[in-house]
Ligand binder design. Structure first.
Ligand code: MN
Length: 499
């Protein structure tokens, strides 16, 4: 599983030698106290590591170079306790490759009205020291997150925590490998995209293997492993009678388990963080992977159906970002609508591959015909999903840039029995309302595939887009269609100029 505490963000405080050694000692002591407090904050899932106060261009350059090289370091939190003339930061910031948050805080929360003197003023200068630093970052046109408030303020901790989660997702992509079994579903547009550009922009690589490479590994699965996994299915899920030992389709359950074992081995051996498959390319496979994909997603692997590698990578990043939070993240598709004007809903699902991390209880393990692909009936997990705040996210390739599109939604608890629907499903209302939300998504070119998240917010996603340096379009309770269409047009011009 993913443990975010093993990753570090470095707490770097800027100052200068103008104030004498005594002040610098106090600056260091205060910074240490803040770093320690952030490190212990429940809202911040990663380790926060204090770094010695930097006071010269050389020290600043060195700490940025060290941050770049340190494997566990996923980002830098910068703070100017005093005034740190920002020309000193130019070379350091120019080489910094790790995400940056600028914590605009002050050691003392309150002004000590009866005691305040010039010593206090000289020590607590972030109100203007951080502005000098902020100018330099803006002047260099660097992306960062600015978080404002006292360092013990719960909202500040939440905002920093969200950024560390986004930074962890970003870090996970750097050097990540995603494997595609086969190509995209024939003629489908939105699942296509520029894999070279994606690797340059996002840091992950996407390569294909013929399905035969996977089939070979599946066929080599041992009987002992197979027996054990079939047993695990029986104890973990509500197994349909015909899949039970002695049941008429028990052999299909064994086939499904064999696919899971082979797929898992292939992913582990190849050090892959996610995969795609397609029902159009299953030569040598007995069934389309259903339960296998669902369980692999639950273990943190990214997945995209029909060759959708962008969504597979996004699902993986969002699983990393949400690690340790209640609720889950799943591959998703807007499947079918309920257009009742009094209660409009989207039913989200897929042919099979919804992650049980979002299930509202014990899943049923069932087998049903698929209807497409011409293979044997696939085994799948079927479940419902709870109501509550959630979101759908999609990355599309607009030709000259990638766009991250997010629609916040209100998930709705199941209102009806669905005795004939043989797949896991979610019901939700898109924000700000059904018609506006769906139209906005379509105007923005959002894919039919998404990552559905119960535990990430628009803030996590905005921070992620900021770190990635890609376009971010949010459809939420404040979205107005006219305004959104203008935003898309202006954004087009901006990206033409930005290049
Ligand atoms: Mn699909």
């Amino acid at each position: 599983m993913i443990n975010l505490k093993e990753f570090e963000v470095w707490f770097v405080t800027g100052s200068q030698h103008l104030y004498g050694e005594e002040t610098l000692k106090q600056v260091a002591a205060h910074s240490q106290e803040i770093a320690q407090s952030l490190n212990g904050a429940a809202a911040i899932p990663v380790s926060v590591v204090f770094k010695p106060v930097v006071t010269t261009p050389e020290e600043i350059y060195r700490v940025c170079a060290e941050a770049n090289a340190a494997k566990q370091c996923i980002g830098v939190v910068a703070w100017m306790h005093t005034f740190s003339p920002a020309k000193m930061w130019i070379r350091g910031l120019q080489i910094l490759q790790k995400p940056m948050a600028h914590l605009h805080t002050q050691f003392n929360r309150d002004i000590p009205w009866g005691e305040i003197d010039m010593d206090f003023m000289n020590l607590n200068q972030s109100a203007h020291g951080d502005r000098e630093f902020g100018f330099m970052v803006s002047r260099l046109r660097l992306n960062r997150k600015v978080v404002v408030g006292h360092w013990q303020d719960e909202e500040v901790l939440q905002q920093l925590g969200a950024w560390t989660r986004a930074a962890a997702g970003w870090n996970d992509w750097q050097g990540a490998r995603f494997v595609r079994f086969g190509d995209n579903m024939r003629f489908v547009a939105v699942t296509e995209g520029d894999k070279v550009e994606a690797e340059m922009k996002f840091g992950y690589s996407v390569n294909y293997h013929g399905i035969g490479d996977l089939v070979q590994v599946i066929n080599a699965v041992s009987d002992g492993d197979l027996d054990a996994l079939v047993e695990e299915y029986a104890t973990t899920y509500n197994l349909a009678d015909k899949l039970k030992k002695g049941g008429e389709q028990h052999s299909s359950l064994r086939d499904a388990a064999k696919i899971e074992l082979g797929l898992r081995k292939f992913l582990v051996d190849g050090n892959f963080k996610g995969f795609t498959d397609t029902f159009e390319d299953l030569h040598g496979m007995v069934q389309l992977p259903g339960i296998a994909t669902q369980r692999l997603m639950a273990d943190g692997y990214g997945f995209g159906g029909e060759g959708d590698w962008k969504t597979a990578a996004l699902v993986r990043a969002m699983k990393v970002m949400g690690a340790g939070l209640p609720g889950g993240n799943s591959f998703m598709e807007d499947y079918t609508y309920h257009f009742d004007p009094k209660n409009p809903l989207v039913l989200g699902s897929h042919m099979l591959e919804i992650c049980p991390s979002i299930a509202n209880g014990k899943a049923s393990c069932e087998i049903h015909p698929l209807g497409i692909g011409g293979k044997a009936d696939p085994v799948r997990l079927v479940f419902n999903v709870d109501g509550g705040a959630a979101l759908n996210a999609s990355i599309v390739d607009m030709g000259n840039r990638f766009r991250l599109l997010v629609n916040t939604v209100e998930a709705v608890a199941p209102q009806h029995e669905l005795p004939k629907l043989p797949v896991a499903r979610v019901l939700w209302k898109p924000m700000p309302d059904m018609k506006t939300g769906c139209a906005a998504w379509i105007y923005a070119g959002g894919a039919h595939h998404t990552c559905y998240s119960q535990n990430l917010t628009a803030e996590h996603m905005a921070d992620f887009a900021e770190i990635a340096g890609i376009e971010y379009v949010l459809i939420d309770q404040d979205t107005r269609l006219h305004q959104l269409k203008q935003e898309l047009r202006w954004s087009e011009v901006y990206h033409q100029i930005k290049g």
